[in-house]
Design a protein. Structure first.
Length: 233
């Protein structure tokens, strides 16, 4: 009996090593980076305008706790017609599509499989007053060293519930590995309470890391199935 248990322990170690994943979830200590891409409205051609690093608060993302984040449509404080039609005021329409990215980056994970899990605990995102929708997604990205190309997986978050993404990243220490959340849609004047309420928001919370015992149980189950198949041959 002892010999059998020893063989199974070695097999479990081998399987878990072959399928090991780096588990990530919502964590304010890791998700410390923000980037905003700005586009023209679809009615103006939808072209790319610019992109730059932004602070998390400027994305309209907040962490009520270290394991939960709330996203709402972007509010630009500049009343210029570049941002609003006719200008920044209650009742004005946003004049740009704001693609707000909140993410963690750890380039030492290049070559490993990343799993990003979470749960959307609250979701009320809709459209702005002109009927342009707000899109909310989770992502894992594996960028080339110069950011000229990217391998990525994207999960559309359009209701409450759990999500899970997995990406096997390229084994190159010069690449850039990111995971996080993205909100995309037109900006709203910050004091326009009516438009902000109608546009809604989304709250995402962490999911605990799978326990070691649960992973061992899964591995053991897989071994059992493997043994059965061998006996049937």
């Amino acid at each position: 009996m002892k010999k059998l248990l020893l063989v199974m322990a070695v097999a479990i170690t081998g399987i878990s090593g072959a399928t090991a994943q780096v588990f990530k979830t919502i964590n304010s200590a890791e998700m410390v980076s923000g980037y905003m891409n700005v586009f023209e409205l679809p009615s103006n051609g939808g072209g790319y305008v610019f992109g730059s690093g932004w602070g998390i608060a400027d994305l309209n993302a907040t962490f009520p706790t270290s394991t939960s984040v709330v996203f709402s449509p972007n509010t630009i404080g500049d009343p210029a017609s570049f941002w609003y039609t006719p200008s920044g005021q209650i009742g004005a329409l946003g004049n740009k599509i704001m693609e707000a990215n909140l993410y963690a980056q750890d380039d030492t994970l290049a070559g490993q499989t990343i799993q990003f899990d979470g749960t959307v605990s609250s979701f009320s995102l809709a459209t702005n007053s002109a009927g342009i929708p707000y899109n909310f997604t989770a992502f894992i990205r594996d960028f080339a060293p110069d950011y000229s190309s990217v391998n990525q997986v994207i999960y559309n978050l359009n209701s409450t519930g759990d999500f899970q993404l997995t990406l096997a990243t390229i084994n190159d220490s010069a690449r850039h590995v990111q995971w996080g959340l993205q909100m995309s849609g037109p900006d709203i004047w910050a004091t326009d309470a009516s438009q902000l309420a109608a546009a809604g928001s989304a709250t995402v919370e962490a999911i605990p890391e799978p326990s070691t015992y649960a992973l061992l149980a899964v591995s053991a189950a897989g071994i059992g199935a493997h043994f059965i198949r061998r006996r049937r041959r």
